[in-house]
Design a protein around this ligand. Structure first.
Ligand code: IVH
Length: 698
């Protein structure tokens, strides 16, 4: 472990959570306790977020944290370097521009091994025998972190390399970035690192954006950059950002070598990569990159190559720099997952929320083993900025699991850029522009929007209607079975169905039974199925639990909506707006008239055996599907989440579990249960299993 444990601190090992009453503390005693708590919490943060190896239970940590908040308030001891101050509550109107301590230079880069040998040859020729430090090249957003007297003073984006935006309040919310350093750091320490969004967090976050009608980010780097530019730090705090620190820009007494520097900054509690390696032989850099390339898809973060750095500071300085890049370091990149091809045409798609997006149809091309024939252009603003049009030769990029996108125009073969239509290509309603985004104003009177709304209504996220997929919905539209709105689904007769091509008596009966089955849905499922912007399954559940009935939600004021857990002003407004729209009220009435009425929340609650219990399930269970198990847990007041965190009570490990989740559970000290034990608890055959007690070590 890199950071030493403050052994004499009473809050570090097996801390008691029985505290002296605040009235009985003198100011000096309070001050001393606050200091010890801060130090201990910093240490526990480090063990948890960086070492992934906590030494106390989450609940004990929470108790220490609450105690610190209380003492700081009671004795007026708030301090920006306290771990309690990570979230700045107030949004700001703009970032200040600040100069970097030292210019943040760039790196020369190549994906060719020959260029690496050439770099080595030049180094040896100019400064003699150098050794090298090898490290991953993280694909995120560059950041300068300045620590003054060991406390985080400011965090600045790269900007033009000389000055950038002061994003300190945002960076403070990132749990792995220390607000105060351990040990004996120099009084000035200016560092360079990369802020990134881990891949799994990115997937979850993007999914959430899609569910709530927002534009997904093309890759984790853009998501990290977009998040860092948020003016409201409390928004940043909710997003999964992380950081690696890999360079000292300035220090009172810089270290002799990059290798020593790496270990020193690690001992201050800064997040560094555990893959940094030291070698005398440049050939190892080639191997190192190839190994990293093999592991690329298994890493939790995006890496686009490696960085080779001359280890000795004096040699690095002797090598100097060009106008833009240091000559003592070199980026050996991975082969690109980018290919060039021609745009044959650009089509305009209309989504469920009315979002109108341009999509490029391409001359098919192999991008890193996958044939790509369509690529996202995101929005019309991007089209304008990239100056893209039909016929152009473009670079198409594939990042992780995300759909390919047009990264740039490499050869302009057209005039100007593709113009957005001013009317919806499907329903001819006017298109409205909101910043970079374009919307068809037709609502569900636009066939494209209605079709997507029906599909969503029937999808897993909605009422989960078996047998109502894309093809069937398309057929219903073509045959005029759905004309006005979603409610038309429930007026389709057996006769109409059986007469459709490809349908028989049996398939018709099956679908009608399904429609009958879902006609008294649980309130939360019904709400989620409506496709209200910002309302995914989680928010739907919170609303259902808080208001109990559809009528109560429809009539709720903004204030009442905002009073619900996980419902902020944006969500509250979206819900209010949706129910205020006459077409939506007509839909609810028409559904009701066709026999589709949600049950009250109470009617679907079977008990409270899982109240306040949060569970994650990985792998398959002995008899139940995960969906059914989730349903039972939620109907008994519990919740099921997709990733293991400090708030998880149990991880259920079924057959063929994901190793990441099991590892996370170990790291967070979360209790695991096997499939059979869990099922007997779930089905009421056994009591809740015992959980590790407060302060117990895992
Ligand atoms: S060292 C003078 N090390 O790559 C060299 N940079 O153009 C200072 N990057 O945006 C940079 N991983 O932020 C260094 N391990 C690493 C890196 C790294 C990613 C970024 C850096 C910059 C770009 C270089």
């Amino acid at each position: 472990m890199a950071v030493e444990e403050p052994l004499d601190n009473p809050f570090v090992r097996r801390p008691s959570t029985e505290f002296t009453s605040v009235d009985e503390l003198s100011e000096e005693e309070a001050m001393a306790e606050v200091q010890a708590l801060r130090e201990a919490i910093r240490f526990h943060d480090y063990r948890y977020h960086i070492e992934h190896d906590p030494v106390i239970a989450d609940r004990t940590y929470d108790a220490l944290f609450e105690r610190l908040v209380m003492l700081e308030e009671a004795f007026d001891l708030e301090d920006p370097s306290s771990p309690t101050q990570r979230v700045a509550p107030e949004p700001i109107s703009a970032f200040e521009t600040v100069e970097h301590v030292r210019p943040m230079l760039s790196l020369d880069a190549s994906a060719e091994a020959d260029d690496v040998y050439e770099f080595d040859r030049r180094v040896r020729q100019e400064v003699g025998d150098a050794t090298y430090v090898l490290e991953p090249k993280f694909d995120g957003v560059a950041i300068e972190l300045v620590y003054a007297e060991g406390a985080l003073d400011r965090a600045v984006t790269r900007g033009d390399g000389y000055e950038g935006d002061d994003v300190t309040a945002n960076v403070r919310t990132i749990p792995t970035v220390p607000v105060e350093l351990f040990g004996d750091p120099p009084s000035l320490l200016a560092l360079r690192g990369e802020i990134y969004m881990p891949k799994d967090g990115f997937q979850v976050y993007n999914e959430e954006r899609i569910q709530t009608g927002q534009d997904p980010f093309a890759n984790p780097r853009n998501a990290a950059a977009g998040t860092l530019r948020q003016l409201d730090p409390s928004v940043v705090a909710q997003r999964p950002l992380d950081c690696f620190v890999f360079d000292v820009l300035d220090a009172d007494e810089p270290w002799e070598t990059r290798w020593e520097e790496h270990h020193a900054i690690q001992s201050f509690g800064l997040p560094v990569s555990d893959r940094v390696s030291h070698t005398e032989d440049i050939a190892e850099a080639i191997e190192y990159r190839d190994e990293l390339l093999d592991e690329r898809d298994d890493l939790e973060y995006e890496v686009d190559g490696i960085v080779i750095k001359v280890n000795e500071r004096d040699l690095r300085e002797a090598l100097g720099q060009t106008a833009r890049a240091s000559r003592g370091a070199f980026a050996y990149k991975f082969p690109a997952r980018t290919e060039e091809t021609a745009i044959t045409s650009i089509i305009v798609q209309v989504g469920r929320t009315g979002r109108v997006t341009p999509l490029a149809l391409l001359e098919p091309v192999d991008v890193g083993g996958v044939t790509v024939s369509r690529a996202s252009l995101h929005n019309f603003e991007e089209v304008r900025k990239k100056d893209v049009n039909e016929g152009d030769i473009v670079g198409v990029e594939r990042a992780g699991d995300v759909i390919p996108y047009v990264a740039e125009v490499v050869e302009k073969r057209s005039d100007g850029y593709f113009q957005p239509p001013d009317r919806c290509p499907i329903c001819e309603s006017p298109i409205e522009f909101e910043g970079p985004l374009a919307y068809c104003t037709g609502g569900r009177s636009c066939t494209a929007q209605l079709r997507e709304a029906v599909l969503y209504f029937a999808s897993d996220a909605g009422l989960d209607i078996d047998g109502l997929g894309e093809e069937t919905v398309r057929q219903f539209f073509e045959e005029g079975l759905i004309v006005d709105d979603i409610a038309d689904l429930f007026t389709i007769t057996k006769r109409e169905l059986s007469s459709l091509e490809g349908w028989g008596e049996k398939s018709a009966t099956n679908l009608l039974n399904e429609l009958e089955r879902v006609s008294n849905p649980p309130l939360d499922d019904f709400l989620a199925a409506l496709g209200i912007p910002e309302v995914g399954p989680t928010v739907a559940r919170k609303l259902a639990a808080a208001f109990g009935s559809l009528e109560a939600i429809m009539e709720a004021s903004l204030d009442e909506l905002e009073g619900v857990e996980e419902v902020g002003p944006v969500v509250a407004q979206a819900v209010r707006d949706w129910f205020d729209e006459p077409a939506n009220r007509t839909l609810i009435e028409a559904l009701d008239a066709n026999g589709v009425t949600p049950q009250t929340w109470q009617a679907t609650q079977t008990g409270d055996r899982f109240t306040d219990v949060t569970i994650v399930i990985t792998g398959s269970l002995p008899t139940l599907s995960r969906g059914d198990a989730t349903d039972i847990i939620e109907r008994e007041g519990g919740s099921v989440t997709s990733s293991v965190s400090g708030n998880t009570d149990f991880l259920i490990v079924g057959e063929n579990p994901g190793s990441r989740k099991v590892e996370d559970a170990t790291n967070h000290g979360v209790q695991t249960l096997d499939g059979p034990t869990f099922e007997s608890w779930l089905l009421g055959e056994a009591d809740r299993p015992r959980q590790a007690r407060l302060g117990e070590e895992f």
